[in-house]
Design a protein around this ligand. Structure first.
Ligand SMILES: *Cc1c(COP(=O)(O)O)cnc(C)c1O
Length: 431
């Protein structure tokens, strides 16, 4: 059982957080605790307090903490060769790329690019889309000649680097860095007419805004508060992309690698309406805690737009990360963690819906990516209360709590978390 912390912060935590703030730029605010070690679904802070982790490093620690297969793979690879640069290749990297193409069900000729984060996966996708946009000038001479546009969704999140940030909607994080990449436009999610109009502005000759190279979107808008798109809308987006020769980029940085009960969220009919992307990006959960991300381009033609010099990264596809990812995917497969994500997710949502806490106005999500809608915007107070009672959850929006436990989470873990959630006081102060 997690310790019931009686005080908010232990002595060692307070001391080390003081040191933290002296030397770290304050982009994350003050961390909640200083963590020491983890095991399975549990993590302990430096004062020895135990927490049941329903955030998993933001949907990263797919196998929880210190999974023996992951530790073994990483240790063995570290002892063999950790990094080579892309002047050389390694077996784990090659195996991982073909594994991912297979799991995505991508057609023959599809190719992978590895980076080290979600933002980098999206940077690569945006660059590939830009190269693709140039080919439209030849294919569509009447509207060519202008730089191709990229359409992104309001409330979408794609990362903090400048290209990915250009496609990220939230004004408070984007505006201070403008001007960003030109020719990126936002349309409201689930609004067919707005999308139609954005495409229609393509126009002819000098009157139009230029062709659309790509639409980039998440199927569940994670950072916006775990908001699933309407699958009918997703199908409409695919159709609009097809008609207009635009690419569909699905950002699966948060939803991918089993998180929603399938390898990729687009493989869920109830999220994607059955559509297939042209590019899928991944990161967070792929290497079980090792920094890794990337993209899969569907088909040979699209993949071939990247040629030597188009893109790169020193660490990309590094064998240590690839070994971590292979071990993660292997455990997900052999321990049937997709089924576990589906079943435990259902248990979690049902448990929350029937726990009787008047603070909870609803619960949404798929698999193990879920949010509780709050009756009033007190998510930070609720998160802190849960933390003090041994449960890590995330205040993803003022009125929503995100729950993303590791894919190994057990039935008992879910019951325990629901037991704590049920007791969160409903009269906490608003954010
Ligand atoms: C987290 C996230 C990113 C950014 O990933 P980083 O690894 O933080 O760069 C991009 N897209 C989505 C959907 C995400 O959830």
């Amino acid at each position: 059982m997690p310790t019931e912390n009686t005080e908010t912060l232990g002595a060692k935590d307070a001391e080390w957080l003081g040191k933290y703030t002296k030397v770290h730029m304050n982009v994350f605010g003050t961390p909640l605790r200083v963590m020491d070690h983890g095991q399975g679904t549990r993590i302990w802070d430096i004062d020895g307090n135990e927490y049941l982790d329903f955030l998993a490093g933001i949907a990263v620690n797919s196998l929880g903490y210190a999974h023996p297969a992951w530790v073994k793979a990483v240790s063995e690879q570290a002892a063999k060769v950790a990094h080579t640069s892309n002047y050389f290749a390694t077996e784990p990297q090659i195996e991982l790329a073909s594994k991912l193409v297979g799991l995505a069900g991508a057609p023959e000729g599809s190719h992978v690019y590895f980076g080290n984060s979600g933002a980098e996966g999206n940077e690569a996708a945006i660059k590939l889309a830009k190269l693709y946009g140039r080919t439209l000038a030849g294919a569509l001479p009447a509207i060519g000649g202008k730089p191709a546009r990229i359409i992104a969704l309001e409330h979408g999140f794609h990362g903090r680097t400048l290209g990915a940030l250009s496609a990220t909607w939230k004004p408070v994080i984007r505006k201070p860095f403008e001007p960003l990449m030109p020719a990126i436009e936002f349309v409201p999610a689930n609004d067919r007419l707005a999308l139609y109009e954005a495409f229609a502005e393509t126009g002819l000759g000098k009157y139009g805004k230029g062709p659309v190279a790509a639409v980039i979107m998440e199927l569940i808008q994670g950072e916006a508060g775990v908001r699933p798109l309407d699958p009918q809308y997703v199908r409409h987006v695919r159709q609009m992309c097809d008609i207009n020769h635009a690419l569909l980029i699905i950002d699966e940085v948060q939803t991918g690698i089993g998180r929603t009960g399938r390898w990729f969220a687009f493989q869920r009919e109830d999220l994607s309406g059955g559509v297939t992307p042209d590019i899928v990006t991944f990161a967070k959960g792929v290497a079980g805690g090792f920094p890794m991300g990337g993209m899969i381009a569907f088909g040979a033609q699209l993949s071939a737009l990247f040629t030597p010099g188009s893109h790169g990264s020193t660490f990309a596809g590094n064998p240590l990360g690839a070994a971590a990812a292979l071990a993660t995917l292997d455990v997900i497969e052999h321990d049937h963690l997709l089924d576990n994500a589906e079943n435990r997710g259902q248990q979690l949502r049902e448990g929350i819906a029937s726990c009787g806490n008047p603070l909870f106005a609803g619960v949404r999500g798929r698999g193990l990516l879920n949010a509780v809608q709050l009756a009033h915007p007190c998510s930070h107070a609720a998160m802190n209360w849960a933390l003090e009672h041994g449960l890590i959850i995330n205040a993803v929006a003022p009125d929503a709590l995100r729950l993303a436990p590791p894919l190994i989470v057990s039935e008992q873990d879910i019951d325990e978390a629901v037991g704590i959630l049920a007791r969160i006081p409903s009269d906490l102060p608003d954010d």
